[in-house]
Write a protein of this length. Structure first.
Length: 310
Protein backbone atom coordinates (compact mmCIF):
# COMPACT_ATOMS: atom_id res chain seq x y z
CA UNK A 1 0.00 0.00 0.00
CA UNK A 2 1.56 3.37 -0.97
CA UNK A 3 2.71 5.66 1.78
CA UNK A 4 0.84 8.99 1.99
CA UNK A 5 2.48 12.31 2.71
CA UNK A 6 1.19 14.06 5.82
CA UNK A 7 -2.00 15.99 4.98
CA UNK A 8 -2.27 14.59 1.44
CA UNK A 9 -5.23 12.79 -0.15
CA UNK A 10 -5.13 9.90 -2.59
CA UNK A 11 -5.72 11.17 -6.12
CA UNK A 12 -9.02 9.28 -6.42
CA UNK A 13 -10.38 10.82 -3.21
CA UNK A 14 -9.16 14.28 -4.18
CA UNK A 15 -10.83 14.01 -7.59
CA UNK A 16 -14.10 12.89 -5.97
CA UNK A 17 -14.01 15.78 -3.51
CA UNK A 18 -13.44 18.30 -6.32
CA UNK A 19 -16.31 16.78 -8.29
CA UNK A 20 -18.72 17.13 -5.35
CA UNK A 21 -17.60 20.70 -4.71
CA UNK A 22 -18.21 21.62 -8.34
CA UNK A 23 -21.88 20.58 -8.10
CA UNK A 24 -22.63 22.88 -5.14
CA UNK A 25 -23.77 26.50 -5.65
CA UNK A 26 -21.13 29.10 -4.85
CA UNK A 27 -21.01 29.63 -1.10
CA UNK A 28 -23.27 26.66 -0.36
CA UNK A 29 -22.45 23.96 2.13
CA UNK A 30 -23.65 20.36 1.82
CA UNK A 31 -26.83 19.68 3.80
CA UNK A 32 -26.18 17.39 6.74
CA UNK A 33 -29.83 16.32 7.04
CA UNK A 34 -33.18 16.58 5.30
CA UNK A 35 -34.77 18.97 7.79
CA UNK A 36 -36.48 22.01 6.28
CA UNK A 37 -39.16 24.57 7.13
CA UNK A 38 -42.11 26.18 5.39
CA UNK A 39 -44.80 28.70 6.30
CA UNK A 40 -48.56 28.48 5.75
CA UNK A 41 -50.96 31.44 5.96
CA UNK A 42 -54.66 30.82 6.56
CA UNK A 43 -57.53 32.72 4.96
CA UNK A 44 -57.26 36.35 6.10
CA UNK A 45 -60.49 37.35 4.30
CA UNK A 46 -59.02 40.30 2.45
CA UNK A 47 -57.25 41.90 5.41
CA UNK A 48 -54.27 43.38 3.54
CA UNK A 49 -52.56 44.62 6.69
CA UNK A 50 -52.73 41.14 8.24
CA UNK A 51 -51.47 39.56 5.01
CA UNK A 52 -48.52 41.96 4.85
CA UNK A 53 -47.71 41.21 8.48
CA UNK A 54 -47.86 37.46 7.86
CA UNK A 55 -45.64 37.75 4.78
CA UNK A 56 -43.12 39.86 6.70
CA UNK A 57 -43.05 37.30 9.52
CA UNK A 58 -42.49 34.58 6.91
CA UNK A 59 -39.56 36.27 5.16
CA UNK A 60 -36.69 34.36 6.76
CA UNK A 61 -34.20 32.89 4.33
CA UNK A 62 -34.38 29.53 6.14
CA UNK A 63 -37.96 29.01 4.91
CA UNK A 64 -38.19 26.99 1.72
CA UNK A 65 -41.55 28.46 0.68
CA UNK A 66 -44.81 30.06 1.85
CA UNK A 67 -48.35 28.91 0.98
CA UNK A 68 -51.14 31.48 1.32
CA UNK A 69 -54.83 30.62 1.22
CA UNK A 70 -57.09 33.07 -0.56
CA UNK A 71 -56.63 36.61 -1.83
CA UNK A 72 -59.90 38.34 -0.91
CA UNK A 73 -62.82 38.39 1.47
CA UNK A 74 -66.45 37.61 0.63
CA UNK A 75 -67.41 41.29 1.00
CA UNK A 76 -64.79 42.53 -1.46
CA UNK A 77 -65.52 42.93 -5.17
CA UNK A 78 -64.36 40.21 -7.58
CA UNK A 79 -62.69 42.84 -9.72
CA UNK A 80 -59.46 42.74 -11.68
CA UNK A 81 -58.35 45.74 -9.62
CA UNK A 82 -58.55 43.74 -6.38
CA UNK A 83 -57.00 40.66 -7.99
CA UNK A 84 -54.05 42.63 -9.39
CA UNK A 85 -53.42 44.51 -6.15
CA UNK A 86 -53.25 41.24 -4.22
CA UNK A 87 -51.07 39.67 -6.87
CA UNK A 88 -48.52 42.43 -6.46
CA UNK A 89 -48.61 41.96 -2.70
CA UNK A 90 -47.89 38.25 -3.07
CA UNK A 91 -45.16 38.94 -5.64
CA UNK A 92 -43.42 41.10 -3.03
CA UNK A 93 -43.01 38.07 -0.75
CA UNK A 94 -39.34 37.53 0.08
CA UNK A 95 -39.78 33.75 -0.12
CA UNK A 96 -41.32 31.64 -2.92
CA UNK A 97 -45.09 32.10 -2.59
CA UNK A 98 -47.68 29.53 -3.67
CA UNK A 99 -51.35 30.53 -3.71
CA UNK A 100 -54.13 28.15 -2.72
CA UNK A 101 -57.54 29.50 -3.80
CA UNK A 102 -60.44 30.18 -1.43
CA UNK A 103 -64.19 30.07 -2.12
CA UNK A 104 -64.49 33.85 -1.71
CA UNK A 105 -61.94 34.35 -4.50
CA UNK A 106 -64.32 33.00 -7.16
CA UNK A 107 -67.30 30.79 -6.18
CA UNK A 108 -69.31 33.63 -4.65
CA UNK A 109 -68.71 36.15 -7.45
CA UNK A 110 -71.68 37.70 -9.24
CA UNK A 111 -71.96 39.80 -12.39
CA UNK A 112 -73.82 43.11 -12.70
CA UNK A 113 -77.09 41.23 -13.30
CA UNK A 114 -76.67 39.30 -10.06
CA UNK A 115 -75.95 36.00 -11.75
CA UNK A 116 -73.09 33.71 -10.80
CA UNK A 117 -69.82 34.72 -12.39
CA UNK A 118 -67.77 31.98 -10.75
CA UNK A 119 -66.38 30.21 -13.82
CA UNK A 120 -65.34 33.43 -15.57
CA UNK A 121 -63.66 34.74 -12.42
CA UNK A 122 -61.87 31.42 -11.81
CA UNK A 123 -60.50 31.55 -15.35
CA UNK A 124 -59.35 35.13 -14.76
CA UNK A 125 -57.57 34.09 -11.57
CA UNK A 126 -55.82 31.35 -13.52
CA UNK A 127 -54.58 33.93 -16.02
CA UNK A 128 -53.33 36.34 -13.37
CA UNK A 129 -51.87 34.00 -10.73
CA UNK A 130 -51.10 30.66 -12.36
CA UNK A 131 -49.99 31.29 -15.95
CA UNK A 132 -46.31 30.98 -15.04
CA UNK A 133 -44.81 27.55 -14.24
CA UNK A 134 -43.01 29.12 -11.28
CA UNK A 135 -44.26 30.35 -7.92
CA UNK A 136 -44.92 33.97 -7.04
CA UNK A 137 -42.51 35.89 -4.81
CA UNK A 138 -39.16 37.60 -5.27
CA UNK A 139 -37.43 34.21 -5.26
CA UNK A 140 -39.08 31.69 -7.57
CA UNK A 141 -39.74 28.02 -6.99
CA UNK A 142 -40.32 25.76 -9.98
CA UNK A 143 -43.72 24.06 -9.88
CA UNK A 144 -45.40 21.33 -11.89
CA UNK A 145 -48.98 22.25 -12.75
CA UNK A 146 -51.88 19.99 -13.62
CA UNK A 147 -52.37 22.21 -16.68
CA UNK A 148 -49.22 20.66 -18.18
CA UNK A 149 -51.48 17.68 -19.01
CA UNK A 150 -53.49 18.33 -22.17
CA UNK A 151 -56.69 16.80 -20.76
CA UNK A 152 -56.66 19.20 -17.80
CA UNK A 153 -55.25 22.29 -19.50
CA UNK A 154 -57.46 24.65 -17.49
CA UNK A 155 -56.46 23.51 -13.99
CA UNK A 156 -53.27 25.53 -13.49
CA UNK A 157 -54.11 26.28 -9.84
CA UNK A 158 -53.25 22.68 -8.91
CA UNK A 159 -49.46 22.52 -8.55
CA UNK A 160 -46.88 20.26 -6.92
CA UNK A 161 -43.25 20.64 -5.89
CA UNK A 162 -40.69 18.70 -3.87
CA UNK A 163 -38.36 19.54 -1.01
CA UNK A 164 -36.00 16.74 -0.03
CA UNK A 165 -38.17 13.62 0.45
CA UNK A 166 -41.52 15.43 0.80
CA UNK A 167 -44.05 16.04 -1.98
CA UNK A 168 -46.16 19.21 -1.62
CA UNK A 169 -49.26 20.13 -3.64
CA UNK A 170 -52.23 22.47 -3.84
CA UNK A 171 -55.71 21.20 -4.71
CA UNK A 172 -58.58 23.55 -5.56
CA UNK A 173 -61.26 22.44 -3.09
CA UNK A 174 -63.26 25.48 -1.86
CA UNK A 175 -64.89 25.46 1.56
CA UNK A 176 -68.49 26.10 0.45
CA UNK A 177 -69.25 22.40 -0.07
CA UNK A 178 -66.70 22.25 -2.91
CA UNK A 179 -68.94 24.55 -4.99
CA UNK A 180 -71.53 21.80 -5.23
CA UNK A 181 -74.86 23.34 -6.31
CA UNK A 182 -78.04 21.54 -5.36
CA UNK A 183 -80.13 22.92 -8.22
CA UNK A 184 -80.38 20.41 -11.09
CA UNK A 185 -78.23 21.01 -14.16
CA UNK A 186 -75.92 23.57 -12.54
CA UNK A 187 -73.04 21.38 -11.40
CA UNK A 188 -70.88 21.20 -14.52
CA UNK A 189 -68.01 23.15 -12.93
CA UNK A 190 -68.05 20.96 -9.82
CA UNK A 191 -68.24 17.74 -11.83
CA UNK A 192 -65.43 18.70 -14.22
CA UNK A 193 -63.16 19.82 -11.37
CA UNK A 194 -63.97 16.62 -9.46
CA UNK A 195 -62.59 14.60 -12.37
CA UNK A 196 -59.50 16.80 -12.58
CA UNK A 197 -58.85 16.60 -8.83
CA UNK A 198 -59.33 12.83 -8.83
CA UNK A 199 -56.67 12.47 -11.53
CA UNK A 200 -54.42 14.94 -9.70
CA UNK A 201 -54.55 13.09 -6.39
CA UNK A 202 -53.93 9.78 -8.14
CA UNK A 203 -50.86 11.27 -9.81
CA UNK A 204 -49.52 12.71 -6.56
CA UNK A 205 -49.67 9.43 -4.65
CA UNK A 206 -48.25 7.55 -7.64
CA UNK A 207 -45.24 9.91 -7.68
CA UNK A 208 -44.82 9.68 -3.90
CA UNK A 209 -44.80 5.88 -3.91
CA UNK A 210 -42.62 5.54 -7.00
CA UNK A 211 -39.99 7.95 -5.65
CA UNK A 212 -40.16 6.69 -2.05
CA UNK A 213 -41.19 10.09 -0.69
CA UNK A 214 -41.50 10.23 3.09
CA UNK A 215 -44.65 12.34 3.07
CA UNK A 216 -47.32 14.02 0.97
CA UNK A 217 -48.57 17.46 2.11
CA UNK A 218 -51.78 18.80 0.54
CA UNK A 219 -53.01 22.41 0.79
CA UNK A 220 -56.74 23.10 0.34
CA UNK A 221 -59.16 25.68 1.64
CA UNK A 222 -61.75 23.11 2.71
CA UNK A 223 -61.33 20.64 5.53
CA UNK A 224 -61.16 17.32 3.67
CA UNK A 225 -60.08 15.28 6.68
CA UNK A 226 -62.70 12.79 7.82
CA UNK A 227 -63.45 11.40 11.26
CA UNK A 228 -63.35 7.60 11.56
CA UNK A 229 -66.51 5.93 10.24
CA UNK A 230 -68.10 9.29 9.42
CA UNK A 231 -70.91 8.96 6.88
CA UNK A 232 -71.28 11.69 4.24
CA UNK A 233 -74.39 13.84 4.40
CA UNK A 234 -76.71 14.01 1.38
CA UNK A 235 -75.25 16.23 -1.36
CA UNK A 236 -71.85 16.26 0.38
CA UNK A 237 -69.48 17.91 -2.09
CA UNK A 238 -66.46 16.48 -0.26
CA UNK A 239 -67.54 12.83 -0.05
CA UNK A 240 -65.61 11.54 -3.05
CA UNK A 241 -62.34 13.34 -2.32
CA UNK A 242 -62.45 12.13 1.29
CA UNK A 243 -62.96 8.54 0.18
CA UNK A 244 -60.11 8.84 -2.30
CA UNK A 245 -57.74 10.32 0.29
CA UNK A 246 -58.58 7.65 2.86
CA UNK A 247 -57.98 4.87 0.31
CA UNK A 248 -54.73 6.42 -0.97
CA UNK A 249 -53.39 7.01 2.55
CA UNK A 250 -54.00 3.39 3.56
CA UNK A 251 -51.91 2.19 0.61
CA UNK A 252 -49.17 4.76 1.14
CA UNK A 253 -46.32 3.90 3.58
CA UNK A 254 -45.46 7.51 4.42
CA UNK A 255 -47.25 10.37 6.17
CA UNK A 256 -50.10 12.41 4.66
CA UNK A 257 -50.56 15.93 6.05
CA UNK A 258 -53.73 17.85 5.11
CA UNK A 259 -53.43 21.63 5.61
CA UNK A 260 -56.57 23.74 5.25
CA UNK A 261 -58.00 27.15 6.17
CA UNK A 262 -60.99 25.80 8.08
CA UNK A 263 -62.20 27.98 10.95
CA UNK A 264 -60.73 27.37 14.39
CA UNK A 265 -62.64 27.43 17.65
CA UNK A 266 -62.12 30.68 19.56
CA UNK A 267 -59.03 30.52 21.74
CA UNK A 268 -57.48 27.52 19.98
CA UNK A 269 -54.18 27.43 18.12
CA UNK A 270 -53.35 25.50 14.93
CA UNK A 271 -52.14 22.02 15.84
CA UNK A 272 -51.74 18.78 13.95
CA UNK A 273 -54.13 15.96 14.83
CA UNK A 274 -53.27 12.47 13.62
CA UNK A 275 -55.45 9.54 12.61
CA UNK A 276 -53.23 6.63 11.57
CA UNK A 277 -50.85 8.16 9.01
CA UNK A 278 -53.14 11.12 8.16
CA UNK A 279 -52.40 14.41 9.88
CA UNK A 280 -54.80 17.35 9.86
CA UNK A 281 -53.78 20.99 10.37
CA UNK A 282 -56.46 23.70 10.21
CA UNK A 283 -55.20 27.29 10.10
CA UNK A 284 -58.30 29.44 10.19
CA UNK A 285 -56.92 32.95 9.78
CA UNK A 286 -53.61 32.17 11.46
CA UNK A 287 -50.11 31.81 10.06
CA UNK A 288 -47.73 29.07 11.14
CA UNK A 289 -44.27 27.75 10.44
CA UNK A 290 -43.82 24.01 10.10
CA UNK A 291 -40.52 22.23 10.63
CA UNK A 292 -40.19 19.00 8.68
CA UNK A 293 -37.74 16.37 9.91
CA UNK A 294 -38.26 12.97 8.25
CA UNK A 295 -35.93 11.32 10.77
CA UNK A 296 -37.78 12.58 13.85
CA UNK A 297 -40.53 10.73 15.72
CA UNK A 298 -42.77 13.76 15.08
CA UNK A 299 -42.05 14.51 11.45
CA UNK A 300 -43.98 17.80 11.45
CA UNK A 301 -43.87 20.40 14.24
CA UNK A 302 -45.82 23.66 14.24
CA UNK A 303 -44.91 27.04 15.69
CA UNK A 304 -46.11 30.64 15.57
CA UNK A 305 -43.82 32.55 13.15
CA UNK A 306 -44.20 35.74 15.22
CA UNK A 307 -43.04 34.07 18.43
CA UNK A 308 -39.48 34.78 19.54
CA UNK A 309 -36.98 32.13 18.64
CA UNK A 310 -35.15 30.54 21.51
Amino acid sequence: MPRLLHGALPRTLLAAALCVAATLPVGAAPKDDATHRFAAIGHLAGDEAALKKALTASSESSLEFVVANGIKGANEPCSDKVYQRRRQLLEDSARPLILSLAASDWTECRNSAGRSNAIERLNRLRELFFADPNSLGERKLQLTRLSSTAKFRSYAENAHWKVDDVLYATVNIPSNNNHYLRAAGRNSEYEDRLVANRAWLHRLFTIAKRENMKAVVLFTEADVARAPDAKPAPDDGFAEVRRQLDTAAKKYPGKVLLVDADKLAIGTQPTIKWRANIGHLSLGGDAVEVTVDPAAHEMFTVRDPQAKRK
